[in-house]
Design a protein around this ligand. Sequence first.
Ligand SMILES: *Cc1c(COP(=O)(O)O)cnc(C)c1O
Length: 436
Amino acid sequence: MIFHSTKNAALKASLEEAIFNSLPPDNGLYMPEYIPKISEDFLVDIENRSFKEIAVEVATTLFEGEITRSELENIIEHAYDFEAPIVGIAPEDYVLELFHGPSMAFKDFGARFMAAVMSHFLLKSDREIKILVATSGDTGGAVAQGFYQVPGISVTILYPSGKVSEIQEKQLTTLGHNVTAIEVNGTFDDCQKLVKEAFLDPELRQHYNLASANSINIARLIPQSFYFFSAFAQLKKLGKSIVFSVPSGNFGNLSAGVLAFRMGLPVEHFVASTNLNNAVPRYLTSGLYDPHPSIETISNAMDVGSPSNFVRLQRFFGDDWKLVTEKISGAFFTDEETQQAMREVFESTNYVMCPHTAVAYLGLQKYRKESGADFTGVFLSTAHPAKFIDLVEQTLGKSIEIPARLESLLHIEKVAVKMEPTFEDFKNLLLNELAL
Ligand SMILES: *Cc1c(COP(=O)(O)O)cnc(C)c1O
């Protein structure tokens, strides 16, 4: 698969270059030159395939000529010791649970695959790389777990002190080995800025092969298409068309669903579900893209004012607004509506949703009402509710169980390097105290 920049189709890159560069030099986004179709024979009996078999087929179709099927089998075997089960909560409504990975959020699907693919390329070259990543919460945990003890890769994660939940902080700060956490006395934006500056610094670049693990990396986006195929496989026997509602922030998840659709997955429609950070739903109704600064909500992993994958999402439809709106509808909800949905679903079905999942649930219900269509509805659950335990317990008025995997973290002491948000301090740390 050859990639090119969204800003300049003549700027091309191989898969390996696209993964290690993360962004093209002109600051566009990497897009596949051409989207190959999944084999029709494969779709005919996809219901008999496991998650891993589906992932191998999709990845082989996409990476033909760059990574062989048997290498991909190996990569996927390493990346995925968890699945994406479908759970029914009403006769026509299903949850696609994406929180069974090590950090208990859907970002594990991208981070684990990216780590395994990078490691595949590094083993062939004996280079070493350093991943720098800024996190406002969930990305850091998934990246830390994804790259933990991967040979040839060290990871430095910057997070804003006091602005991530206790569980999220423990996920970053208790692994050790090749994972270093830096607790920045500042905001997420400060962390992001320090990482961006590091990538531009000649001295650091001379010292390290720096790489990024942010959500616009194509190696995080592509594997997220696997579970759209897997959801289809699990629901195929119902014989109805499928509508996916995707709770969205940077729109990597929805872009991956659209990639699956463009590869030939039968999808009736998508709902782009957001909180009040609603630039994309507003674009879908008006045709105007007018991003606003982000605002804080209870579904905070989706508090993105200007989604980084928006350009990609449009490009999948040839930048034709009309075509985008034929396939995607938008919906956005307030915190009150989100909490109300969490309570209603819990009271009627006993199913506990995190706030992001509740936004997706609401988007699906809204589309069902407005379209009047008959379909199998799937809303994506992007995080385990226990990751947001205080909010969930307060909303439902009862205590919920914490999975052992999260509970045990709370008893491990955190290890983090404290730092002021100045580039000089950051650079000094990387070149001296944290130098490998
Ligand atoms: C990152 C995240 C999202 C948003 O996903 P995008 O791909 O950025 O749209 C939604 N829910 C949770 C729990 C997340 O961590």
